[in-house]
Design a protein around this ligand. Structure first.
Ligand SMILES: [Zn+2]
Length: 313
């Protein structure tokens, strides 16, 4: 017998004892990605439904046994890439959309931080409740045990010691990890020029708005996330990057606030020089008129392109 199953966790008689177990979990999530694309495509509350299914059906299966088995860093990355890809498809956003935008909108943790919470949660439970296991772990602390080494790495990452987590409550430990995740997410957003407006307003990884699965709301998300394909992004040279009407660089801001092509549309929606980008992008809350405005200029600017070609979905 070269493998055993303990509490649903498949353990193989190899150096990488959890190898197949982790791979199975990843392939299960791949199936889910396909399923989201097929079954949820016409649903009005596609994003909300997809998130519920991901959190209540897929994640528990991925996370079962995850406290105790050591995932490789690249496997954790694989789950994160997969999760971000699924969230993008739930919001009908193109692949190039910044991952931190979809995480912010759906309000979902990265697997790498989930793994920190699970592993350190188990370590905390052991050191707080089971004296003999605690002594065993401390005796093995510097002997190159994979699970312990991973815990040490995670403790370093969040700047705490075993004594610290022994002293603190479970809730406090989660708060510390969440704070670090939020900080990293904020720093990530700072590196994305497409999120210039979004990051000014969005400070928490938290679902503030229930997105509807229709063309109009998709267009709003494409603008909010800066994924709209204006010429400053697609142009190959300075000339190419210019607005064909105004002769200046066609940025998202130019398109929304200044482009001569949309003077009439802007006046129809009472948009003046004093209306802020944050208002038009609805970063402080839904404003149906602004959704309509963004849809109209998008349709006007990209008419002739299909929506798929224009936004790259
Ligand atoms: Zn223009």
């Amino acid at each position: 017998m070269d493998n055993i199953k303990y509490l649903g966790v498949n353990i193989e008689d190899k150096s990488d004892i959890f190898g197949r177990y982790v791979k199975d979990k990843i392939s299960k999530s791949l199936k889910y990605k396909f399923w989201v694309g097929r079954l949820l495509s016409g649903k009005i509350y596609k994003a909300a439904l997809g998130k519920v299914f991901w959190k209540s059906a897929v994640l528990p299966s991925i996370l079962h046994g995850a406290q105790a088995c050591t995932w490789k860093e690249n496997q954790i990355k694989q789950v994160d890439t997969l999760q971000t890809g699924i969230m993008k498809s739930l919001l009908n956003l193109p692949v190039r959309t910044a991952g931190c935008y979809v995480r912010g909108e759906i309000g979902i943790s990265q697997h790498k931080f989930r793994d920190v919470k699970l592993k350190l949660g188990l370590l905390q439970h052991i050191v707080q409740n089971t004296e003999h296991l605690k002594n065993l772990i401390l005796a093995e602390w510097d002997r190159g045990h994979r699970w312990i080494d991973r815990c040490k790495l995670y403790l370093d990452r969040i700047g705490l010691s075993v004594d610290d987590i022994e002293e603190m409550s479970k809730t406090k430990l989660k708060i510390v990890v969440n704070k670090i995740e939020t900080l990293e997410w904020r720093n990530d957003m700072m590196t994305k020029s497409t999120l210039f407006y979004y990051r000014k307003v969005k400070t928490q990884i938290k679902q503030d708005r229930y997105w509807i699965n229709n063309n109009r709301e998709t267009i709003t998300r494409i603008f909010q996330s800066g994924a709209v394909l204006t010429r400053d992004k697609t142009g190959k040279n300075d000339q190419d990057k210019k607005c064909q009407i105004c002769g200046v660089e066609e940025t998202m801001e130019h398109l929304i606030k200044f482009c001569g092509n949309f003077v009439d549309i802007r006046s129809k929606y009472s948009i003046t020089v004093n209306t802020t980008m944050e208002d038009i992008l609805q970063l402080h809350g839904t404003e149906p008129l602004m959704t309509e405005y963004l849809f109209e200029i998008y349709d006007f600017r990209f008419s002739g392109d299909t929506m798929d070609a224009a936004c790259g979905v």
